[in-house]
Design a protein around this ligand. Structure first.
Ligand code: ADE
Ligand code: ZN
Length: 331
């Protein structure tokens, strides 16, 4: 089955670029930027990854990205991810970035986005993998800061396909960002939002993103299973879920594979993704393997992924044709 997964043409729709910062690159960037890290070796660094829920993970994640300072740093980060993804036959990726995690420590928005954009262009030329950027707001910062970030992004609109919302969900419901999302929609951005797994008020947050914010898709969102009416509603609307089993396994101690399969069986456009693979070890192929899917389920989740991408219809169809050809040739 691992060979079947390896060859399958894949899309990655839930990937935080800052969460792809592998220890080797972290050390290299620290050296390049003259930053002293509190660890001597990669083993020591990995021992410091002692998170077991969302807040404890986020603390390590934000500390880790302190080594990212210059445009070449963001370029190297994104190119390393795109190389890894291409090696797993990821044909297309929609990549989250967290500009406020950088602007809040003095790194200009322009530096971040130019580095990421340049890597995407080079990767497409050199590796044949395509990618687009999704700008995430940090939900534990004020809504006014998100709005200011949205306005700051407007000159770069051509480089950003949509917006998302991430970071600590506790006490930070979707409704807090209703005005930001309304403005983002008016500006032509597509909309997604994290509804992390097993949060306080998870189901109410999911209801808000579907009915009040009216997102195009949901990141995680597995707790929707607790409300059959909402499940029916996302099936009818074709709203997809970007699930991340290895990440779930660390922040909730269950991959939620059982629940994810139930959603798939009910006709939800479930997809499998890697979230923060440098911290939750496993890129998209390992996440697919963690699901213990049948071949039919594997083909269905990659179909779902290409179907819910934010690509023009004819481009989706070309990728879907690759999936169907692969499924036929491998059967
Ligand atoms: N930022 C990076 N990864 C995240 C996750 N899994 N949930 C919320 N915010 C995040
Ligand atoms: Zn995420």
């Amino acid at each position: 089955m691992n060979d079947f997964i390896a060859g399958l043409p894949k899309a990655e729709l839930h990937l935080h670029i800052e969460g792809t910062l592998e220890p080797e690159l972290k050390f290299e960037l620290a050296r390049r930027n003259g930053i002293a890290l509190p660890y001597e070796t990669i083993d020591e660094l990995r021992k410091a990854y002692d998170f077991d829920d969302l807040p404890s993970f986020l603390k390590v994640y934000y500390e880790g990205m302190g080594v990212l300072r210059t445009e070449p740093d963001f370029y190297d980060l994104a190119l390393a991810y795109l190389r890894k993804a291409a090696s797993q036959n990821v044909r297309y990726a929609e990549i989250f970035f967290d500009p406020q995690a950088h602007t809040s420590r003095g790194v200009p928005f322009d530096v971040v986005i130019r580095g990421l954009r340049r890597a995407i262009l080079d990767a497409e030329q050199q590796l044949g993998i395509r990618a687009q950027l999704i700008m995430c707001f940090l939900r534990d910062f004020q809504a006014e800061y998100a709005m200011a970030t949205l306005l700051e992004s407007l000159p770069y609109k051509e480089w950003i396909v949509g917006v998302g919302l991430d970071s600590d969900e506790k006490g930070n419901p979707p409704a807090k960002f209703a005005a930001v999302y309304e403005r983002a929609r008016q500006e032509g951005y597509l909309l997604t939002m994290h509804c992390d797994v097993d949060q306080e008020n998870s189901v109410e947050h999911i209801r808000q993103v579907i009915q009040d914010i009216q997102v195009n898709r949901i990141d995680h969102g597995v707790n929707i299973l607790e409300n059959p009416k909402l499940v029916e509603e996302i099936v009818a609307k074709g709203i997809g879920l970007t699930c991340c089993p290895i990440s779930n396994g660390i922040v909730t101690r269950s991959t939620k594979a059982v629940e994810i399969k139930q959603l798939l069986a009910r006709g939800v456009r479930v997809t499998i993704n890697s979230d923060d693979p440098a911290y939750f070890p496993g890129y998209v192929a390992e996440n697919l393997a963690a699901m213990d899917f049948t071949r039919e389920e594997l083909v269905q989740v990659v179909r779902n992924a290409f179907e819910i991408t934010w690509l023009p219809r004819h481009v989706k169809d070309a990728y879907l044709a690759e999936v169907e050809a692969y499924a036929l040739s491998a059967s």
